[in-house]
Write a protein that binds this ligand. Structure first.
Ligand code: GLC
Length: 606
């Protein structure tokens, strides 16, 4: 045995001794009663070991770093960015050529939306995967991905992408074989031969796309049966009750991790387990899958982060970090309650919706990290505000932002859930900006929202284009493939001319870009301390969100005016020489400060 192998074996053995019992325990919950469970588990253990041994040296160095110095995703200076490969750089080579723009913003974490081979034609923006191990030819090759990762790592940027683990495209080889009725693939999906069975299942299921893809099943004529399709008819849900599906997807995770990816956005996490008579969302078994994956990665690729994508209520999102006393699950999760709360606060000129969600989210286990975001490629759904914000207030805010009621917003309604529309639009447009200039406070609103986002504990993630106030993109209306899907409104191509102007600080794009740069610097100066991870709410006027973060003399106080009226606030931080605004550097004396319309302050003791 070579020395390298012997060393790798001993490192692996130590991690395995500690973590494999978790895998065993979780998988026993899911598959313990299936015949030959122990032999299957032994094969899985071999697969994990092979992956650990095949891990390239540069990646094991990252693993070591993560184990010695803590998680890269929770560092105080971490700022994230999320983009489609084609919209940002044309292809992977183009993204690599544009890493400077990200470094300029202080980005340390780049989430690239789906980049693996997607089905031809409509692929739900790449969320219908035909091959989990090959980069989509429209975006480049696996070698291009490796090159991008190497350059990003050299620039201190980690690369995360989507693992669309809930479903495959209908032209994935497994789906093609299943359609032909071939074993074992027919059991990779859930087929219902009788229409009555479909009706029975639908009784308790909800709908993700009630307008564009109603129902949860799609008829497959070749099988004379209905296949489970939670999302679009061409996205076939995988059947995790079949242990072979779990093993296949685990292999995918390990192989992609060994390609150098630093993390995965686990798409549609709540949907992984189906159970008759339930909504088939957030079932306990989902947690067993996630805990097993976390433990497996911690053995074979500890550098790799798992991020939960669950656009659900807080009570269903918090458990995705793992139980307080149990094994960890996802390292990161989208803070979709606070996201919706920020928009509702802006629409209603009342900080309460976001304050309420921030208070409730404090119940998060200490190991979990919130991904704080304002916009993404999807619509804004307000249901995550329940039960903290009344349905009528959700509806009122949504109607304002969707432009259904008179307002500053240039957003549009998408679907409707329980009488509350969901909303499409780029952040800048939702804040009131348009080609002609738009609302006078448009830029201030955008600066305010990002100002709050960066002040929160967790990882702030900028959605591509927000840094230059990119507007809604209506080009999709002229494309037959996309025109039925309103979410394309917030998927514009990057405007590199505007970005060049912005980096010189010119125009409104320059105002936003400079603000984000200052926020990144100010954020990095917040001393890391356990206290810095929690916030203490400060009671003030209803339109103001205010909280204190940090300890002793290193405390900062955020004050953000969500209204178009000036308002007085009383500061809680004041040093011998008064206070200083960490964003603008402005200084002042005395505790009473007036915030202008949409005014923002990060006060520290001077
Ligand atoms: C997630 C994605 C969304 C996609 C869906 C199905 O919710 O964010 O864009 O449509 O999953 O994959």
């Amino acid at each position: 045995m070579s020395l390298k192998r012997a060393v790798a074996d001993s490192v692996f053995d130590r991690r395995r001794a500690k973590l494999w019992p978790i895998v065993e325990q979780q998988l026993a919950v899911l598959y313990g009663t299936t015949p030959g469970f122990h032999a299957w588990l032994a094969d899985l253990a071999d697969m994990v070991m092979e992956a650990a041994l095949a891990r390239p040296a540069d990646l094991t160095a990252l693993d070591e770093d993560r184990l010695q110095n803590g998680a890269w995703w929770s560092r105080a200076d971490a700022v994230g960015y999320s983009a489609y490969v084609d919209r940002y750089g044309g292809d992977l080579k183009g993204v690599r050529a544009r890493l400077d723009h990200l470094s300029d913003l202080g980005v340390r974490y780049l989430h690239l939306l789906p980049l693996l081979k997607a089905r031809a034609g409509d692929s739900d923006g790449g969320y219908a995967i035909s091959d989990f191990l090959t980069v989509d030819a429209r975006l480049g090759t696996n070698a291009d991905l490796r090159d991008l990762i190497a350059s990003a790592h050299a620039a201190g940027i980690r690369i995360v992408t989507d693992l669309v683990c809930n479903h495959t495209a209908d032209d994935h080889p497994w789906a093609i074989a299943a359609r032909r009725g071939e074993a074992p693939y027919i059991d990779y999906y859930t087929f219902k031969p009788e229409e009555a069975q479909v009706r029975e299942a639908e009784r308790t299921l909800l709908e993700v796309f009630p307008h564009t893809a109603p129902g949860n099943f799609t008829y497959v004529p070749e099988r004379q049966a209905w296949v489970w399709t939670t999302f679009y008819p061409f996205q076939w849900d995988l059947n995790y009750a079949n242990r072979d599906v779990f093993a296949e997807m685990t292999r995918v995770l390990l192989d992609l991790a060994n390609m150098g990816l630093d993390g995965f956005r686990l798409d549609s996490t709540p949907f992984l387990w189906k159970e008759p008579g339930t909504t088939s969302r957030n079932r306990p078994q989902v947690h067993a899958i996630l805990a097993a994956w976390r433990a497996i990665l911690s053995i074979a690729a500890p550098n790799v982060a798992l991020k939960a994508e669950a656009i659900e209520r807080l009570e269903d999102v918090l458990p995705l970090f793992g139980p307080p006393e149990g094994p960890p699950e996802c390292d990161l999760a989208y803070n979709n309650g606070v996201m919706a709360g920020l928009w509702a606060a802006l629409a209603l000129e009342d900080a309460e919706p976001v304050a309420a969600l921030l208070g409730a989210g404090a119940a998060k286990p200490p190991g979990g990290v919130w991904v704080n975001y304002l916009r993404c490629h999807d619509d804004i759904i307000f249901g995550a505000l329940s039960p903290y914000v009344a349905r009528e207030d959700q509806a009122r805010a949504a109607r304002i932002l969707a432009g259904l009621d008179p307002s500053f917003s240039r957003g549009r309604p998408f679907q409707e859930f329980d009488g509350v529309p969901s909303v499409n639009g780029m952040a800048a447009s939702l804040c009131g900006l348009d080609e002609g200039g738009g609302d006078a406070y448009g830029v201030d609103r955008l600066l305010l929202l990002y100002g709050v986002l960066y002040a929160l504990p967790g990882l702030p993630v900028v959605y591509m284009g927000d840094e230059i106030a990119l507007l809604n993109d209506t080009a999709f209306e002229r494309d037959p493939l996309r025109r039925g899907e309103g979410r394309w409104l917030q998927r514009p191509a990057m405007d590199w001319d505007a970005a060049a102007e912005a980096s010189r600080g010119d125009g409104r794009a320059g105002r936003v870009f400079s603000h984000l740069r200052r926020l990144a610097a100010a954020r990095a100066s917040i001393p890391a301390s356990p206290k810095g991870e929690s916030i203490q709410m400060i009671a003030t006027a209803p339109q103001v969100l205010s909280f204190v973060r940090g300890d002793g003399g290193a405390r900062i106080q955020l004050a953000a005016n969500f209204s178009a009226r000036p308002v007085g606030v009383v500061l809680d931080v004041e040093g011998p020489a008064g206070w200083r605004d960490l964003i603008t550097g402005a200084a002042g004396q005395g505790r009473e400060v007036e915030l202008p319309p949409y005014g923002l302050l990060w006060a520290s003791e001077a």
